[in-house]
Design a protein around this ligand. Structure first.
Ligand SMILES: [Ca+2]
Ligand SMILES: [Ca+2]
Ligand SMILES: [Ca+2]
Ligand SMILES: [Ca+2]
Length: 301
């Protein structure tokens, strides 16, 4: 639909501009792609720019910040509708940057605006946060019970659903390290042959001692570095080493969860002097704050 909206916009500008003043103004509104954002002196500015010819399309919304757009609720979504001011501008400069135009308290004196059309509009913003553990297990496999709901699969019961749990079985061996043969398939690594793949098996070697408790050398929440027999490898994969003398684990490792925000902007009720349009799909926000991580150390159980 974006293409259609911009095509309509282009047509309207060309026709009405040429009809109103007699000059043919060759305007091609080719604002494809993501929009940017910065905190301007008058409020939050959401904008797109293009060159050849140099043009900008921007919306200023007061009493709103980029952080506000990312403040999702428990359902990982955020929605708001604010009154904003839309500006479509053309420039004589051969090159423009949104940072120069919108993000500085005093714009460069080199900027030369030819036309400036403005309209109040309604800015409807819809944000969705997606989280992932990046543990290499496809989402379909993290849905252990196969009910198409990722929120109710928590193999180790630590409060983190498997799709954001980088140690799914809570044995303090990260899931990515439980693909022993490194073939990318987590289902074919089953050291003790009990039918439960290692990444979901809290006793990988089946010796009766939980993997997380097989720390014979160092108590550092890392059973990988506890090796009694170098020929076989780590004790948690060696059924012949079942050391019960060392204290059991009492904490989980710190987990890192990646976060990606999708912030969609739709503009409604545009009515500038040369164009009236009900709705404009402005696209998706491009900003460094839309990608990040959070860390959590789950409560031990
Ligand atoms: Ca996982
Ligand atoms: Ca594990
Ligand atoms: Ca395991
Ligand atoms: Ca074991």
């Amino acid at each position: 639909m974006r293409k259609l909206f911009f095509t309509l916009l282009t047509f309207s500008f060309v026709c009405l501009s040429s009809c109103s003043d007699g000059d043919i103004i060759d305007v091609e509104l080719d604002f494809e792609g993501n929009y940017s954002a910065c905190q301007g002196v008058k409020g939050l500015v959401l904008y797109k720019t293009k060159s050849d010819p140099s043009e900008s399309l921007s919306v200023i919304i007061t009493s709103l910040t980029i952080d506000d757009l990312l403040a999702v609720g428990d359902d990982n979504t955020f929605t708001t509708a604010k009154t904003g001011t839309l500006n479509y501008r053309t420039y004589s400069n051969t090159k423009i940057t949104g940072t120069d135009l919108f993000c500085k308290d005093i714009p460069s004196s080199d900027i030369n605006i030819i036309n400036d059309y403005d309209s109040s509009c309604e800015a409807v913003i819809n944000t969705t946060l997606t989280e992932d553990d990046n543990d290499g297990v496809p989402a379909a496999l993290e849905d252990v019970n196969g009910d198409d709901n990722l929120e109710n699969d928590d193999t180790d019961g630590d409060g983190l659903p498997n799709y954001i749990d980088e140690d799914d079985d809570g044995d303090n061996v990260p899931t990515k390290d439980e693909d022993l043969n490194k073939d990318g398939d987590f289902t074919n690594d089953d050291t003790d042959g009990d039918g439960v793949p290692n990444y979901l098996d809290k006793d990988d070697d089946g010796d009766g001692i939980d993997t997380r408790d097989e720390e014979t050398n160092t108590q550092d929440q890392n059973p990988i570095n506890d090796v009694t027999n170098n020929d076989i490898g780590a004790d948690y994969l060696n059924k012949d080493v079942a050391n019960t003398d060392t204290p059991p684990a009492t904490v989980y490792r710190k987990h890192t969860i990646s976060q990606t925000y999708i912030v969609i902007l739709n503009l409604k009720g545009i009515d500038i002097e040369i164009l009236s349009q009900d709705e404009l799909d402005f696209g998706e926000l491009s900003n460094s704050k839309t990608k990040g991580t959070r860390t959590v150390t789950p409560a031990f159980n």
